[in-house]
Write a protein that binds this ligand. Structure first.
Ligand code: DGJ
Length: 727
C-alpha cells in the first residue's frame, strides 16, 4: 500500500518506491510533519521524534495544545494567525476583519487512483492501481472554512503530488495566499537551486547556500516567465549529479508563482510553493470552492540525476497527453529565421520541397500570414489570411504541402491583440487594462483578457475554423509579452486581484477545449522562446520551443538547465543558419545538429540557400536522428559534464533496457592545456559488452563506466555524437 495510517500512532505514511513521507496528528487536531526522505519500511521508534518542546520566546498554541508551539513544531500545512509566526502557506481576511485561521484535523480518506483538479492541469493515472490519494480535511469551526490537503503517491514513480482546496460555508472571505505545499524540513544546511534567465537565455542553473531568513523566487509577469521557472530544489551542501539529498518542487502552473525557503532561528527550513500571493486576492463566496494548482515533489538520495529522471518519466508519461505523447513527432522545418515576415506562397513551397528531399516531415508557417502583418506592429487578432502573400489561402497552401507528402503547421499568437487591428477597433475592452490608465505595449501589442468567457470563445471559434477548413496538423502557439495594467473590464473592484489567475483558468479552458477537439493536431508551446516552458503547459503542449536563441553553444546551457525538470521529448530544438542570428557565432552543421538531437529536432532556416552537400549532410543527420530519437526521448538521461562548470556539455541517454546509449558531447572553447580527457559513461549494464556504432571501440560496460572513453576538445565549438550498442 502506498499510503497507510497507523491509528495507534496517529501517523500517516506515504510511500513511493524510494521515499517515505511521514506526518502525524497531534492532540487530535494539529498536523505535524515528521520526515521526508529515503524509504523506511519499519517506522517503529518514530514516536520519539514527534514532540519537540517549546522554544524560548514562543507562543503556545491554544490552551489544549500547550505546551506545544507551532512556531517550533514542523508543520504539515501552515496558517497565519496563531503561534506559528514563520511565513505561512495560507492567509485570509474574514468579513469581520480578522486574519486568524485555525483549521484543525477533522477527517481523512485514502482512495485508489488520482483525480484531476477542476480547471487546472495536473498529473494523472491511466489506471487506479497506479496511485493512491490521501485527502485530509482541516476545519476552521469559527469561520466554517474547510481546507483539504491532497496527496497523491505513485506506485512506481518517486513523486508526491500535492494540492489544496478551500471550501467556504461561512461568510465571504478574502484569500490572500493559498500556497499548494508547505514542507518543514529539519536542519538548515541546504543549498537552494533555481532556474533563472531572460529572453534567449532561459533556465540557467543557480545554486546558493540557504541563509537565515528568506530565499525566494517568483513571477509577477502573468506567465511563469523567462526570468524564473516554477521550480526549486533544496539539496544537501555536498549534493551533485549522483550523490546527496535533493528535494525538487515543480509547479504544474503557468502563471504568477512563488517558491521560497525560509530558514528560522530554530535552524529548520520551510519550503512553500504556490500561486504568487503578491497582488493576489480571491474573494471566496459562501458555498464556493477554490482549488490551488498541483506541486510535484521529488526526493532523491542520489543527487540531481535521479531527481531529473523521475520528473522526466512522470511528465513524459503522466502529464503530457494525447496522441503525440508516445508517438514520434515529425521533424519540422519552420520558416521564421529563414524568411521572417518576407515570404509568399512560392518561397514557402520551395523551402518545403527541399525540406521534403532532406527527410523533414512538417512545414511550419510562422508569423506574418494574416491581416496586413509585415512587421510586429499590427494585425494580431485579425486571423484571416493575407492574400497578397498567400493567394490560395491557408487552405490552398496546406493542400499543396500535403500533396508533397508533408504535413502542414501554422503559427498563432491567440492570446494577443495589436492596437492596429480590426479586432481591437471592434473590442477595445477585450484586452487586459485598468480604467483611466494608459495601456503599456510590449512588442507593440496588448494581451486579450482571457478571464472573459466571450474572449475565450472568440479564440476557440477562430482557431477551430482554421483547423476545420485547412489540413493543419500542427499549431505553434506563441505568447510574446508580460502582463501590465492587469485588470478586467468585466470584474467588480473587489475581484480585480483575481484577474491573473482567472486568465490562467481561461487559457487552460481554451487549450483543453482545442486539444480535445483536435486530437490529431500536435500543439507546440512558445513564449518568445521559452518564457512559459513549465509543467502546467505540458498537458496541452507535448513539446515547447525552448528558446529564441538558436545558437548551438548558447543552447548547451539552455537545454542543460531545462533538463533539470523537462524530458528531452518536450524540448523543441532547431538547427538554424550561421552566422547565428542572435549571437553571430559560426558553428558547424554537425555541432548544430548534434545539440538539437538532445531534444525534438527541427530546422529553421532558408534551405534553398544551402548547397547540395549541406542538404545531404542534413539528410544524413535526420536519418541518424530518426534511428536514435526513441532512446533520447524515452531513455534515462545522464548529464555527464556541465556547461555551467566547465568547457563542455555532455548528455547521455540510455534506453530503458540498457541496449543503446547515445552520447552528445559538445565543447565551448578550445583548451590548449587539456586537449582530451576521459568521459565516464553511466547507466550501462556493467556486465555487458558494447560496440561503438560506426567506430572501432568494443568493450565492457565496466570499462565505459569506470575507465571511460577519450574525448577531445579538438576545436572550438566542436561536437560529437556517439552511439554504443550492446553486443
Ligand atoms: C517569438 C517566437 O519565439 C519565434 O519563434 C517566432 O515565432 C516569433 N515570435 C514570431 O513573431
Amino acid at each position: 500500500m502506498a499510503i497507510t495510517f497507523e491509528k495507534e500512532k496517529n501517523i500517516f505514511h506515504l510511500r513511493t518506491p524510494g521515499t517515505s513521507y511521514l506526518f502525524s496528528i497531534e492532540c487530535g487536531k494539529v498536523l505535524q510533519h515528521i520526515y521526508y526522505g529515503a524509504a523506511i519500511d519499519d517506522i517503529s521508534g518514530i514516536e520519539q521524534l514527534k514532540a519537540p518542546g517549546m522554544g524560548a520566546g514562543c507562543e503556545a498554541m491554544d490552551a489544549d495544545i500547550t505546551p506545544r508551539s507551532t512556531d517550533t513544531m514542523p508543520q504539515e500545512y501552515t496558517f497565519y494567525g496563531s503561534s506559528d509566526l514563520r511565513t505561512p502557506a495560507f492567509h485570509a481576511v474574514y468579513e469581520d476583519g480578522s486574519t486568524v485561521t485555525k483549521a484543525y484535523y477533522k477527517s481523512h480518506k485514502i482512495t485508489n487512483g488520482k483525480s484531476g483538479i477542476p480547471g487546472l492541469p495536473s498529473t494523472y493515472v491511466e489506471n487506479d492501481s497506479e496511485a493512491q490519494t490521501l485527502e485530509i480535511e482541516l476545519y476552521d469551526e469559527l469561520k466554517k472554512l474547510t481546507i483539504i490537503l491532497k496527496y497523491s503517491v505513485y506506485e512506481e514513480i518517486d513523486a508526491i503530488c500535492r494540492s489544496v482546496s478551500v471550501i467556504n460555508e461561512g461568510a465571504p472571505v478574502n484569500i490572500k495566499s493559498v500556497l499548494s505545499c508547505s514542507v518543514d524540513l529539519c536542519g538548515e544546511n541546504y543549498d537552494f537551486v533555481s532556474l533563472y534567465g531572460s529572453w534567449a537565455r532561459e533556465r540557467y542553473i543557480d545554486r546558493q547556500p540557504l541563509i537565515q531568513g528568506m530565499q525566494r523566487v517568483d513571477s509577477k509577469r502573468g506567465s511563469s516567465s523567462h526570468y524564473h521557472s516554477p521550480f526549486a530544489a533544496i539539496c544537501s551542501r555536498d549534493a551533485n549529479e549522483e550523490y546527496g539529498d535533493v528535494y525538487g518542487f515543480s509547479f504544474v502552473y503557468s502563471g504568477n508563482f512563488e517558491v521560497f525557503a525560509e530558514v528560522a532561528p530554530t535552524h529548520d527550513t520551510r519550503i512553500c510553493m504556490g500561486i504568487n500571493s503578491f497582488n493576489f486576492n480571491w474573494l471566496l463566496g459562501t458555498g464556493e470552492c477554490f482549488d490551488a494548482p498541483e506541486v510535484v515533489m521529488v526526493y532523491s538520495d542520489k543527487g540531481f540525476t535521479a531527481m531529473s529522471q523521475t520528473y522526466h518519466k512522470l511528465y513524459r508519461t503522466r502529464l503530457c497527453r494525447g496522441e503525440y505523447r508516445d508517438a514520434p513527432r515529425p521533424v519540422l522545418i519552420n520558416n521564421w529565421e529563414g524568411t521572417y515576415f518576407d515570404f509568399n506562397e512560392e518561397k514557402i513551397l520551395n523551402i518545403a520541397r527541399v525540406a521534403k528531399s532532406a527527410g523533414m516531415e512538417l512545414m511550419v508557417l510562422d508569423d506574418g500570414w494574416f491581416g496586413k502583418r509585415n512587421s510586429d506592429n499590427c494585425s494580431l487578432g485579425d486571423w484571416y489570411v493575407n492574400e497578397e502573400k498567400l493567394p490560395n489561402g491557408i487552405c490552398g497552401l496546406a493542400e499543396k504541402i500535403d500533396a508533397m507528402g508533408m504535413k502542414f503547421g501554422l503559427w498563432f499568437e491567440p492570446e494577443m491583440v495589436s492596437p492596429d487591428s480590426d479586432l481591437y477597433r471592434a473590442h477595445p475592452d477585450w484586452c487586459l487594462h485598468t480604467a483611466g490608465r494608459g495601456r503599456s505595449l510590449g512588442r507593440n501589442q496588448l494581451i486579450l483578457d482571457l478571464s472573459r468567457e466571450d474572449v475565450c470563445d472568440f479564440i476557440i471559434e477562430t482557431m477551430s475554423k482554421h483547423l476545420t477548413e485547412s489540413k493543419i496538423s500542427y499549431i505553434k502557439w506563441d505568447m510574446n509579452r508580460n502582463f501590465s495594467e492587469a485588470g478586467s473590464a468585466l470584474l467588480p473592484p473587489e475581484r480585480q486581484q483575481e484577474v491573473a489567475h482567472r486568465y490562467m483558468l481561461g487559457l487552460y479552458h481554451v487549450l483543453s477545449t482545442l486539444t480535445n477537439k483536435f486530437p490529431h493536431v500536435l500543439f507546440e508551446g512558445c513564449s518568445a522562446g521559452g518564457g512559459r516552458f513549465d509543467a502546467g503547459m505540458l498537458p496541452y503542449f507535448t513539446q515547447v520551443w525552448t528558446s529564441d536563441c538558436s545558437d548551438a553553444i548558447e543552447r548547451l546551457s539552455i537545454q542543460h538547465g531545462t533538463s533539470l525538470v523537462m524530458p528531452a521529448s518536450t524540448i523543441g530544438a532547431h538547427v538554424s543558419a550561421v552566422p547565428n542570428h542572435q549571437v553571430g557565432r559560426i558553428t558547424t552543421l554537425e555541432t548544430r545538429g548534434n545539440v538539437c538531437m538532445g531534444g525534438q529536432l527541427g530546422y529553421e532556416l532558408d534551405l534553398t540557400k544551402l548547397s547540395n552537400d549541406e542538404i545531404e549532410e542534413i539528410r544524413l543527420q535526420i536519418e541518424t536522428y530518426k534511428s536514435l530519437r526513441d532512446v533520447v526521448h524515452k531513455g534515462d538521461m545522464y548529464r555527464l559534464t556541465s556547461p555551467f562548470e566547465g568547457n563542455n556539455a555532455c548528455w547521455e541517454y540510455v534506453s530503458p533496457n540498457k541496449e543503446t546509449a547515445v552520447v552528445i558531447y559538445s565543447t565551448k572553447m578550445f583548451d590548449f592545456r587539456k586537449k582530451s580527457f576521459r568521459l565516464r559513461l553511466k547507466g550501462l549494464d556493467e556486465n555487458a559488452r558494447y560496440q561503438a556504432r560506426g567506430g572501432n571501440f568494443v568493450g565492457s560496460g565496466k570499462v565505459l563506466m569506470n575507465v571511460g572513453i577519450v574525448v577531445g576538445d579538438d576545436k572550438e565549438f566542436a561536437s560529437k555524437l556517439m552511439v554504443f550498442d550492446r553486443i
